[in-house]
Design a protein around this ligand. Structure first.
Ligand code: NAI
Length: 423
């Protein structure tokens, strides 16, 4: 059933943040004029989750709260979801899209943290520190320069020259390293980095090889026995991307044969679900392997940055309808709309919806000053800035257009921050 669009003020918007999201998010939302921000420390499920989000317009979660179809059904006013983390598989993205709810996340806020850790590991591996550290923990002593090298002048090979790979390359150059990389796409090489033609060429050139590819069918076991055999003798491998990218058995074999001098591994094919879980890996027996519990991106700075990034995306969607970087929704980048009423209309992508909308806007005596439309296979998202005498009730018919999922009105931001919601 459709409801009338009713303008309501920004302070009436209720935002619920679960799972101890960083205070930077609350600060940003308050500064943007949202006064009803409820920040709760833990995750919620079942009835508790339904109660927590039941009257929320915006919900923020991290990785533990499961926003299933059923949970979404308990939040009829929900306009958007913010995942204050990288992954979004804790949300039923299709169910959210079907309800006209965009989902935002923070894919790049921890880029710098990963790059810094990998840089530190590069130095530690080249100096043979992991095995020396392990020996001293067992009351041994190994004061020797054997197999201990400066990184200056050595070659760092990067596989996957995206956000993390590029940052790492620049940082490594500051230490005097040569940077070569392999990517499936032609990339702009930053600094003095060089893109080599093949993965093999990078394997053969690198003193330290660092992996920064996404998890895809093509990157599964990207580094296996064949690739490890092509690496320079006594070189090092770093994997802080995804556990599936390295064939662990092949890595164990290369370490046993001392084909590699060492490795630093942050991600694993199977990882404990929580800090009370037990970590099992055939790599634990190697002193020259630095093992970290998937903490590449885990810093307080990254948490603060994630808080700001996702809160900014939610505020922008609330204030002007922008869906840039939404993971389940057609993406529309929007300018301000001072002096105009803005209509945000989410609909099933089928013929006739736009005609129906234009007909009703014209019947309300309004002129379309600007229009932005994006569609994907299932959804259409159109934003119209309209001029004329602004009577929101006259626009009630908009949500009657066949195929409407959700319609929201944003008041003229120059005079008031009104919002309205239908359907
Ligand atoms: P990105 O998407 O910016 O870059 C990935 C790059 O890999 C792209 O340039 C892409 O073209 C390239 N690529 C894709 N398939 C490839 C293939 N088969 N061979 C060569 N290159 C390929 O990703 P970003 O942000 O740099 O992240 C990289 C990885 O780091 C991801 O797997 C991500 O999950 C992981 N990560 C790990 C963290 C940790 O805590 N250890 C934290 C953050 C990200």
């Amino acid at each position: 059933m459709n409801h009338l669009p009713i303008l309501f003020d920004k302070p009436e918007i209720k935002i619920v943040l679960l799972e101890g999201i960083h205070p930077s998010a609350v600060d940003l939302l308050h500064a943007d004029g949202f006064s009803q921000v409820l920040a709760l420390p833990g995750a919620a499920s079942g009835e508790e989750l339904a109660r927590a989000i039941g009257d929320a317009h915006f919900v923020g979660i991290r990785s533990r709260s499961q926003l299933t179809e059923q949970a979404l059904a308990s939040a009829p006013r929900l306009l958007a979801i913010g995942c204050f983390c990288i992954g979004t598989n804790q949300v039923d993205l299709r169910a959210a899209a079907r309800r006209g709810i965009p989902v935002f996340n923070a894919p790049f806020s921890n880029t710098r943290s990963v790059a810094e850790l990998v840089l530190a590991e590069t130095i530690l591996l080249m100096r043979g520190i992991p095995q020396r550290n392990a020996l001293l923990h067992r009351n041994g002593w190994m004061k020797s320069a054997a197999r201990s090298h400066e990184v200056r002048g050595k070659t760092l090979g990067i596989v996957g020259y995206g956000h993390i790979g590029t940052q790492l390359g620049l940082l490594a150059e500051h230490l005097g390293m040569q940077v070569v990389f392999h990517d499936i796409e032609a990339k702009l090489a930053l600094g003095n980095a060089r893109q080599l033609d093949t993965l093999d060429a990078v394997l053969q050139a690198a003193d330290v090889l660092s992996l920064h590819v996404p998890e895809t069918p093509q990157t599964r076991n990207l580094i296996g026995a064949r690739e490890l055999a092509r690496m320079k003798p006594a070189s090092h491998l770093i994997n802080a991307s995804r556990g599936s990218v390295v064939d662990i058995e092949a890595l164990v074999d290369a370490l046993d044969r001392e084909q590699l001098a060492g490795a630093a591994i942050d991600v694993f094919p199977a990882e404990p679900k929580g800090n009370d879980g037990r970590f099992e890996s055939p790599l634990t027996r190697f002193d020259n392997v630095l093992l970290t519990p998937h903490v590449g991106g885990s810093t307080l700075e990254a948490q603060a940055s994630i808080g700001r990034e996702v809160a900014t995306k939610l505020a922008r969607y609330a204030d002007n309808g922008s869906t840039v970087s939404a993971v389940n929704f057609p993406q529309v980048a929007l300018p301000g709309h001072a002096g105009r009423l803005r209509i945000l209309h989410v609909h099933r992508n089928r013929p006739g919806v736009m005609a129906g909308l234009h007909e009703r806007v014209a019947a309300a005596g309004l002129n379309v000053a600007a229009q932005y439309l994006r569609t994907d296979e299932e959804l259409g998202y159109v934003v119209m800035d309209v001029e004329g005498t602004c009577d929101p009730d006259a626009l009630r018919e908009l949500s009657g257009v066949e195929g409407t999922i959700r319609c929201r009105l944003l008041g003229d931001t120059a005079s008031h921050g009104g919002h309205a919601e239908t359907a």
